[in-house]
Ligand binder design. Structure first.
Ligand SMILES: Nc1ncnc2c1ncn2[C@@H]1O[C@H](COP(=O)(O)OP(=O)(O)OP(=O)(O)O)[C@@H](O)[C@H]1O
Ligand SMILES: [Mg+2]
Length: 270
């Protein structure tokens, strides 16, 4: 028989599925900030935060929510070449495919955008923007200067990239929205709601406040790390359930299993 923990484990496979979006205090705040900023006559908005804090899922959510009211597009990762990026942009702006064997003429694209001003307002959500080079970012800025296109630039903040964010972007007048690691409260809601969404009520109940405190400590409130830890916890539970069920307590996840998972992932050492 398949263990009840198999389904629980799969709940925490890292993915950006918009149907799995959960309203958490921090994500609701960031969503509202982002929506509010998008209403202002800003040209660029910066969304940043450490890897795994929920930037991509938030951008997907906002696109999904506003797509019938606004011209809003999500660009997941930078195109492999500048040429392809501008082809994609050309298609979005002109609503036509670029004729074969031609390249986008940047100054013509700028003129085209100037003509759109006041007629259309296009919002482009640029995810993984730390991968765009400085030259590309400059072109993106020039496009936004036409005021026909607004960009939400999402950037993950690591030690080095924090510098980029400061120097390259801070000189422009941007609105900055930052996603932080989750509080214990948000992370608890995240874990429980994810399980409840899949009707895993008993398992959700078996994770107590004390367990969440430990999980929060190990993962620092990072959603991606939380996914990894939860996956590993349920993987261990699954193993015991199938092989040594006497070691499993369905009403309470043994603390030892949380520690075993943390050990396996290197959050703690023997
Ligand atoms: N509000 C939320 N609802 C549901 N899942 C969430 C939420 N916030 C974060 N997650 C989950 O956490 C994980 C990490 O989120 P996401 O990939 O959006 O982070 P990111 O900030 O884009 O990271 P990176 O900088 O590495 O791209 C994903 O599995 C995502 O589904
Ligand atoms: Mg992302």
């Amino acid at each position: 028989m398949k263990s009840r923990y198999s389904a629980a484990k799969n709940v925490f496979v890292d993915s950006i599925d918009i149907d799995d979006y959960i309203e958490l205090n921090s994500s609701v705040t960031a969503y509202q900030q982002l929506q509010h900023s998008m209403e202002k006559p800003l040209k660029m908005i910066l969304l940043f935060g450490r890897p795994g804090t929920g930037k991509s899922i938030l951008l997907n959510r906002i696109q999904e929510k506003l797509k019938y009211q606004k011209e809003i597009y999500y660009f997941d990762t930078p195109a492999p070449t500048e040429k392809e990026f501008f082809q994609k942009l050309f298609k979005v702006l002109t609503e036509k495919d670029l004729p074969k064997n031609t390249e986008v003429n940047f100054s013509a694209l700028i003129d085209f955008c100037k003509n759109l001003r006041g007629k259309r307002e296009i919002i482009i959500l640029l995810d993984e923007a730390q991968m765009y080079g400085a030259e590309m970012m400059e072109k993106i800025r020039l496009l936004s200067d036409t005021r026909a296109v607004k960009f939400v630039v999402s950037l993950h903040k690591t030690e080095d990239e924090d510098l980029i964010a400061k120097e390259h972007f801070k000189s422009r007048i941007w609105e900055v929205i930052e996603l932080k690691n989750a509080t214990n409260e948000d992370q608890t809601a995240y874990v429980h709601k994810k399980l409840l969404k899949k009707n895993l009520f008993e398992i959700a109940n078996s994770i107590k406040a004390k367990d969440m405190k430990l999980i929060h400590k190990f993962t620092n409130g990072n959603y991606r790390e939380c996914n990894k830890l939860m996956f590993t916890i349920f993987e261990i539970c699954e193993y015991y359930d199938e092989n040594e069920p006497s070691k499993i307590n369905y009403s309470r996840i043994p603390q030892k299993i949380i520690e075993m998972a943390a050990l396996k992932l290197g959050y703690i050492h023997v």
